[in-house]
Design a protein around this ligand. Structure first.
Ligand code: PLP
Length: 392
């Protein structure tokens, strides 16, 4: 492309780099017999009754524009799920909108809230879209390194940062966490809410892994701090529906109506067929995720035991489908170098922790969304690598 044409583009967009993860995965894909443990999406398929609801929607010609916020029967079903599951009382008429996944929910919320010079507070390591989304809105991401506190934010650290950064407009909270798999107990959430209540700040609570918790019950942050929290959730992980692109943003009506304006400008609405599938998931598919969760739990236990034997220490794997292992002493401590070396020598793809930002250095993210066969293969190959490379 001609240089002068590129110079017409927004510098914030030009500055967005191709993510390291994509480059790593491209290399992994080029190796035919690779065992891939990098995958961030369910290995299951969307349940049949949900697929059939979508097919029926097409046959019934539900193929036209819908209202921007989403079909109201669907929003009602979401409200009723959130009430039954978390005792939340969102008004489906004004406090919930359907978005193109949590990804679009984060984007539209950032766009509606942030002004140039604002700051977004992000516990790190973190899911990779939050920082670029902030930058794109000419805001600055401020990262909290959680590696010294079990990969969790503590009230003391949070309070100190909020006190000294008056430009923070959004605290981006994600639990269970990608990439670390940690989650928060009732008391930990209450402690963070007590701090945030003192400040004029929104909490964007990305709870996309809420159905995948293993050690204790997931609680919604909105229950602790309703007037400041925007709850983001969806069906990608719970119902193996990543490709359908369905999410919700829930919160106080006056904020949701502002976010809905951006959402409408960007998308008009989410796909009508996806809305039919999502309605079926909320009405008749709430048990679908139970079997998947049980299987993830089995895989987690096998992977965690195998990694521990090899000397990889992991923080408490409470949820999602990730283990975040600390590289044992005696092995290459540069996580990027180590992962490329393991990829080339063992044909095993695992992701460097530093790809997820500050605090991730010296760690590796293992996804147990991969099959049990892959998990066993991973332990075997990593075991061979460790045996031949570790020095005491
Ligand atoms: N939030 C987190 C923490 C994720 O890990 C992911 C996907 O990996 C998403 C959001 C994307 O969610 P969605 O498919 O609803 O856009």
């Amino acid at each position: 492309m001609k240089k002068n044409i590129l110079s017409l583009m927004k510098p914030e967009v030009v500055a967005i780099k191709q993510q390291d993860i994509f480059k790593f995965n491209a290399r992994a894909k080029a190796i035919p017999d690779v065992i891939n443990m990098t995958i961030g999406e369910p290995s299951f398929t969307t349940p049949d009754h949900i697929k059939l609801a979508a097919i029926k929607a097409i046959e019934d010609n539900k193929t036209h524009y819908t209202v921007p916020e989403g079909d109201h029967e669907l929003l009602n079903a979401v409200a009723s799920y959130l009430h039954t599951k978390y005792d939340l009382n969102y008004d489906p008429e004004s406090e919930i909108i359907a978005t193109t996944g949590v990804t679009e929910g984060v984007f539209s919320a950032f766009n509606a809230i942030l002004q140039p010079g604002d700051e977004v507070l992000i516990p790190s390591p973190s899911f990779t879209i939050y920082g670029p989304d902030a930058n794109f809105n000419r805001a600055t991401p401020v990262y909290i390194d959680t590696s010294k506190t079990g990969f969790k934010v503590t009230p003391d650290v949070l309070d100190e940062i909020m006190r000294t950064h008056p430009r923070i407009k959004i605290f981006l909270f994600n639990y269970p966490s990608n990439p670390t798999g940690v989650s928060y107990t009732h008391d930990e959430l209450a402690g963070l809410a007590d701090v945030l209540r003192k400040y004029d700040v929104f909490v964007l609570s990305d709870e996309i892994y809420s159905e995948l918790t293993y050690n204790f019950k997931h609680e919604a942050f909105a229950k602790f701090l309703p007037e400041q929290t925007l709850l983001l959730n969806g069906l990608s992980k719970s119902h193996a529906m990543t490709g359908w692109r369905f999410g919700v943003v829930c919160g106080p009506a006056e904020i949701i109506s502002q976010i809905n304006k951006i959402h409408e400008l960007a998308t008009t609405s989410i796909t009508s067929i996806t809305q039919a599938a999502a309605l079926e998931a909320y009405k008749n598919g709430l048990d679908d995720s139970i079997k998947m969760r049980e299987e993830y739990c089995r895989r987690r236990d096998v992977l965690a035991a195998g990694l521990t034997k090899l000397g990889f220490e992991c923080p408490d794997p409470d949820g999602a489908f990730y283990l975040f292992g600390k590289i044992p002493e005696g092995l290459e401590q540069d996580d990027v170098k180590l992962c490329f070396d393991v990829l080339e020598q063992e044909h095993l793809a695992i992701l460097p922790g530093s790809y997820f930002g500050i605090g991730g250095e010296g760690h590796i993210r293992f996804s147990y969304a991969s099959s049990m066969e892959n998990i066993e293969g991973c332990i075997k190959k990593l075991g061979e690598y460790v045996a031949t490379h570790i020095h005491t």
